[in-house]
Ligand binder design. Structure first.
Ligand code: ATP
Length: 236
């Protein structure tokens, strides 16, 4: 079943229209990628979904129209957005960040076990549990941002450039953990990623945006086989 569906979504910053009609869908438990050059509108697409920018067109989540709902409302419906730049609360410790992620949950008793699960998923965080987020490395902050999003027990995770600024081995670790999270939790994922090689290790399908529109959509295998994708995103 389709969990998230965008049809002809538009968005502008002031007079500048940056999304000119983006369509995509994420099945329940599925993982979908958004690829594209800088400025193509990838980040704005995620912001339109979580309600951080005003959008036109149609956005449906779990069968209901969510276009126009703000970030608090979309979060309450089960959409967790890990923004570019990670968005951890730098003055709080790792443990406090994980707790904050769970603040909307009613099942308070299940929270300690989920914190343990995050620490199992990202063992590096275990050693830093009492450290301020500001003291973490970039990779650890990214792990914390994903862990914090998981603590909300969302149905859909929006993940923006999780590999940005990380060493290749760290980025791979982060994606390995996200892949495991996907398998074990069944959380659907919509990810923006500049590194298409990494994205293709996680997603089933992807869409390539060009100047605010879908240019190509296909399965990971189909896209990896296309010369234009190889040239533009896979380093040859
Ligand atoms: P990147 O990888 O560079 O983040 P992107 O595909 O995610 O690229 P967006 O961040 O969605 O692209 O930006 C799309 C366009 O909107 C770009 O031209 C960008 O300069 C512009 N833009 C983004 N945020 C704002 C803003 N807050 N105000 C005005 N223009 C913006």
């Amino acid at each position: 079943m389709t969990l998230l569906e965008l049809e002809e979504v538009t968005a502008s910053y002031g007079p500048v229209q940056v999304l000119e009609g983006v369509s995509l869908s994420v099945p329940e438990g599925g993982a979908v990628g958004i690829l594209g050059a800088n400025g193509a509108g990838k980040t704005t697409t995620l912001r339109a979904i979580s309600g951080m920018v005003r959008a036109g067109g149609r956005i449906r989540f779990d069968g209901r129209d969510i276009r126009g709902l703000g970030p608090d409302r979309t979060a309450a419906l089960g959409i967790a957005h890990v923004p570019e730049g990670r968005g951890t609360l730098t003055q709080l410790t790792v443990r406090e960040n994980l707790r904050v992620g769970a603040y909307l949950r009613k099942d308070r008793k299940a929270i300690p076990a989920d914190i343990d699960y995050c620490l199992d998923l990202f063992p590096q965080l275990k050693e830093r549990i009492g450290s301020q987020a500001s003291a973490l490395s970039g990779g650890e902050q990214q792990m914390l941002a994903v862990g914090r999003a998981f603590m909300a027990r969302p149905r859909l995770l929006l993940l923006d450039e999780a590999s940005l600024g990380l060493a290749p081995s760290t980025a791979k670790n982060v994606y390995d953990a996200i892949r495991r999270l996907r398998v074990e939790s069944g959380i659907a994922m919509l990810i923006v990623e500049q590194n298409a090689n990494l994205a293709f290790t996680l997603v089933d399908t992807a869409t390539v945006l060009e100047t605010g529109r879908n240019a190509l959509t296909g399965t990971s295998a189909e896209l990896k086989g296309m010369d234009e994708i190889r040239r533009a995103y896979l380093g040859g």
